[in-house]
Design a protein around this ligand. Sequence first.
Ligand SMILES: CNc1nc2cc(C(N)=O)ccc2[nH]1
Ligand SMILES: [Zn+2]
Length: 378
Amino acid sequence: TCAFAGQKKVLAAYEEAVKCGYSGARAGRLHTPHGVFDTPMFMPVGTQATVKAVSPRELKEMGAQIILSNTYHLYLRPGTELVAEAGGLHRFMDWDGGILTDSGGFQVFSLGPLRKITEEGAAFRSHIDGSTQFLSPEIAIKAQMNLGADIIMAFDECIPYPAEYQYAKLSTERTTRWAERSQKAHTRSGQALFAIVQGGMYQDLRRVSANDLVSLDFPGYGIGGLSVGEPKPVMYEMLEQTVPLLPENKPRYLMGVGTPDCLVEAVRYGIDMFDCVFPTRVARNGTAMTKSGRLVVKNAAYAKDFLPIDENCGCYACQNFSRAYIRHLLKADEIFGLRLTTIHNLYFLLDFTKKMRQAILEDRFLSFREEFLAQYCK
Ligand SMILES: CNc1nc2cc(C(N)=O)ccc2[nH]1
Ligand SMILES: [Zn+2]
């Protein structure tokens, strides 16, 4: 067990990092004001204070522990002061599990058109009404304190891919200065502030970013700037460079990842937490996730297929409905169809992380990984 004494403002105390396998896969427990949660974990994305098409009760039933919400979206609509007046995000959306909010860095750079970045922060136009907006470390932290998540993220720049070395270097150094400003602006006890490692796809910049942020002493670390279009081997190489520099007894959160093959590789490098819109997004166009790859249940091939999406799946959709029925609903544009594919995909990923944790605890993670990758076609 790793002691975790003397960390200020820490609630994401990290214990039981059980190391197994040659590379650092570990099963841990994350302490937050809303409970103690098992890692590795997948966090369903609830961008606008709802995980699209499913209720908090269904999320609880399928084993969701921590869900993610986006500060950028809630800052623009309905506003984070309004959420604070409503009693905070947990109350507002009736979710009593854990919540993690990201800082808006990624959205500003991916959603906000015509953005301008200075040392002070990022000016951008709202994707909702085109109004000119501005986010800085201080504004992003204040917004997240208003929302009241259990874990919040420092304001950073997610470096686009590809990026010139010089740009990546200057941006990463600024993200480190922004992390320090985020820390100074964070005055709410009962909330853990994670920093975000950047560095583009450059090994040396990744190491500098990790070392600089570790010396600023955060209770947990996000790894950002990945899953932005780079080849998967490049992503894994950046993990290999970064994760070993992060404290063993603190959570590591790989942002925006991902598909099961990426999860099992990242866990091998010692990642504990994941979020990704993939399962909920592909569900809405009728694609189900299975251990053999994707199953487009909308296809004509399933019109008379009266088996469930996956006979071994314990989710509400697979326990009660056939592929033919779900296909019918999707073709008929029935909302319940999207709900069933979403429920299945979220359950699949949540269950997959549970299976990885069990394999780690039983010291058989590497064979679990081999067997899974052999069956899963990307
Ligand atoms: C879907 N890929 C993805 N990469 C991300 C990077 C960041 C980041 N802050 O660098 C945040 C969310 C992200 N989502
Ligand atoms: Zn299912």
